[in-house]
Design a protein around this ligand. Structure first.
Ligand code: NAP
Length: 321
């Protein structure tokens, strides 16, 4: 079958490990089902996979794509939940130490067909296109959990999103605005800051800029490049929610500031099936839709991957089949 895959790990030149070609069609094991993929979105996780981060060398070649939307053999339209883990044993599948995300152990969604446990598909709301629904399973679910499950923010409070144009960043901006937060954003270029305002930000600032006031919570996916600013931007007693470290994983913690200002730092990863169901319902009820910056056929995946590696994002990059 057609597939977009990582041939081998390449830490320095991830795009040279990318292949658009053919892979064997999957055969679903007991309890798993086949989904005919209509759309899948690109996440930074796919770039990490090409670099060999978070995946064992023996798992290559690996079909890329952590999320998606498609059709079952009976014609039902579904959204994929890409966390494969034991919810019953741990109360939350994201807390299962053996959990994995599609593309870590199991083949991903950038293909004609993907197989997943039967409990990992949810009905696609009729009002969401396949392309919009394909954005929900990773970036939007991660943003939903950061904001509504982990941050403790209440409507009316002020949030800062580090990064303006990325998948998780644009999801945080849109969800925060829809929920009644005052949303501030940092972005690296005037175009990216303008995009953040189009998506719903109340104000957008240059990276590292002094803000008009300290914020109740900061949302971090950038890491080293923005961490010192996040520590300065949060109010005493405020919260920093972290789900990524694109620019590097080893920020100086600034422990003195952490305890003196009584800052809470919270880690967050993906979300549960129930949270994905709530997110889909939130979008269906509010009319909120993801910002899709580029939509390309899967055959042109290399173009979209190149845009993400170059930092040329304007919302989600989606591939259709
Ligand atoms: N823990 C989880 O479950 C989870 C789930 C999803 C994503 N993540 C992580 O979250 C991160 C973002 O993923 P994504 O898919 O949203 O990626 P993306 O679409 O490529 O977005 C990258 C974002 O990072 C910002 N950025 C990158 N380098 C920067 C720098 N040096 N200084 C300031 N800003 C910088 C960009 O800001 P500009 O707009 O200003 O360019 C952009 O908003 C990745 O590290 C990913 O692995 C984690």
């Amino acid at each position: 079958m057609f597939a977009v895959y990582a041939a081998e790990p390449n830490p320095d030149e991830p795009l040279s490990a990318l292949r658009v070609g053919e892979r064997p069609a999957p055969d679903p094991p007991d309890g798993w089902i086949a989904v005919s993929v209509r759309a899948a979105s690109l996440n930074m996780h796919d770039i990490w996979t090409l670099r060999g981060v978070g995946i064992k060398a023996e798992q290559f070649p690996m079909i890329l794509g952590c999320d998606g939307a498609g059709v079952l053999s009976d014609g039902s339209e579904v959204v994929l939940h890409s966390v494969i883990g034991d919810a019953a044993g741990f109360g939350d599948e994201t807390l299962d130490p053996k959990r994995s995300l599609l593309t870590e152990k199991h083949q991903g969604t950038l293909a004609d067909t993907v197989v997943v446990p039967a409990s990992n598909v949810l009905p696609k709301p009729a009002g969401l296109s396949f392309a919009e629904a394909a954005c929900m399973g990773t970036a939007w679910l991660t943003a939903y959990r950061m904001l509504f499950v982990k941050s403790g923010l209440r409507p009316g409070q002020t949030m800062l999103v580090q990064g303006a144009s990325g998948g998780v960043s644009t999801a945080l901006i849109a969800l925060g605005k829809a929920a009644g937060m005052r949303v501030w954003v940092t972005g690296r270029t005037p175009q990216k800051r303008a995009l953040a305002e189009q998506v719903g930000a109340d104000a957008a600032f240059e990276s590292g800029a002094r803000l008009p006031a300290r914020v109740d919570a900061v949302f971090e996916t950038v890491g080293k490049a923005t961490w010192p600013h996040s520590m300065r931007a949060v109010r005493p007693g405020g919260t920093i929610v972290v789900s990524g470290s694109t620019s590097g994983p080893d920020p100086s913690a600034d422990l003195q500031r952490l305890f003196f200002m009584q800052i809470t730092v919270v880690g967050s990863t993906m979300g549960t099936r129930a949270e994905l169901a709530d997110l889909l319902s939130f979008c269906a009820q509010t009319g909120l839709r993801p910002r899709i910056g580029a939509q390309l056929p899967m055959t042109e995946a290399a173009e979209g991957f190149g845009q993400m590696v170059a930092g040329e994002t304007a919302g989600k990059i989606v591939f259709t089949r």
